[in-house]
Write a protein that binds this ligand. Structure first.
Ligand code: UDP
Length: 324
């Protein structure tokens, strides 16, 4: 297949490109390099283009054929989205509309969309399945839910086939392929823990230890980025026989607290990881754990990184030995 990976210079997008190239697909990466890395584009042709610049998009689609588009381009920091909502709606909604319009003009009928657990807002039960109430509590989550709605409308109006994949906490790396997580401004727990263990990041803070969880710290569902890539590849095939729009939650179905992550990272790194407890971070729900039964049953998704330590170990080797 010929697949366009929008945002393929980013963390999850680069792992997607690796997965597709390994299974024999022809990959084209489109990225504006605002947060992605040129060095992460190791598979396929690279097109520097911006979804907010329809002319550069037109240039990318003209004269090329794609069986499907996998779309990762987005701004994705919850706190930042509260501070800069216009930038989030412009990038995540208007940018996606421009991409959809280019796909329509060039008759590309299949899209896998990178959505998020943030579309659910504060969970009302322990295990979040696809039917859970969608009530996002920040502009980032709203922007992703708006796109999911646009995809439903596009299915009716234009026959677009789409699958939205709602990730819980993407984690891990593929150091053997030279790719991993590298954000200029790192906010995520696992990279912050590992950078603190290496002495390359600021002192580690645990945001709140008075949550209603077993050890008082937030519980999250960490899913390896390679398993996410596998799910996207399956979603492309799923659209062959399933028109319309679909959504699946992707997680391991098992929650780990911030303290458990720090303890596991300490074991992997072979050193004590020092941290201080800080006030809660705005917008953090106590627990977010996915039910991925639907993805397993319908897509045939089989995550291979099912325990926490190997996930952290892959990230540790990336942060210790490489990084962009
Ligand atoms: N967290 C933390 N210290 C950090 C980064 C994150 O205590 O330096 C906590 C955060 O409050 C949340 C959990 O770790 O409870 C996971 O946060 P992350 O930003 O990795 O992912 P999110 O769940 O927000 O998407």
């Amino acid at each position: 297949m010929k697949v366009l990976v929008c945002g393929g210079a980013g963390y999850i997008g680069s792992h997607m490109a690796q997965w597709l190239a390994e299974r024999g697909d022809t990959v084209t990466v489109l990225d504006n390099l605002s947060t992605g890395h040129r060095a992460a584009v190791k598979w396929g042709e690279f097109l520097e283009a911006d979804l907010l610049d329809p002319a550069s998009l037109e240039h990318a689609f003209a004269g090329r054929f794609f069986d499907a588009v996998v779309h990762f381009c987005a701004r994705s920091l919850v706190g930042e989205s509260v501070q800069e909502p216009y930038a989030y709606y412009a990038n995540n909604v208007t940018g996606t509309l421009n991409l959809l319009e280019a796909m329509r003009r060039h008759e590309v009928q299949r899209l896998v969309f990178s959505s998020t657990a943030a579309v659910f807002g504060s969970p009302i039960c322990d295990l979040i399945d696809e039917e859970h109430l969608k009530a996002p509590i920040n502009p980032y989550g709203v922007s992703k839910l708006m796109v999911e709605q646009i995809l439903a409308d596009a299915a009716v109006a234009y026959g677009l086939r789409s699958v939205a994949l709602r990730y819980f906490n993407a984690a891990g790396a593929l150091p053997q392929h030279g790719i991993g997580e590298a954000h200029a401004c790192e906010t995520h727990l696992i990279p912050n823990v590992l950078k603190s263990a290496l002495g390359t990041g600021p002192a580690l803070k645990v945001f709140g230890d008075d949550y209603p969880t077993p050890d008082g710290t937030c519980v999250r569902d960490y899913v390896h980025v390679q398993d996410l890539a596998q799910a996207h590849a399956l979603a492309i095939g799923y659209m062959d026989t399933n028109p319309g729009t679909h959504a699946f939650n992707l997680g391991n179905g098992q929650g780990f607290s911030v303290r458990e992550v720090i303890a596991a990272a300490g074991k992997v790194a072979g050193r004590d990881i020092v941290y201080e407890v800080a006030p809660r971070r705005t917008g953090d729900p106590a627990t977010l754990v996915a039910s991925s039964r639907k993805a397993r049953e319908i897509l045939g998704w089989r995550p291979t990184w099912t325990t926490l330590e190997p996930i952290i170990e892959s990230a540790w080797r990336w942060h210790r030995d490489q990084r962009f």
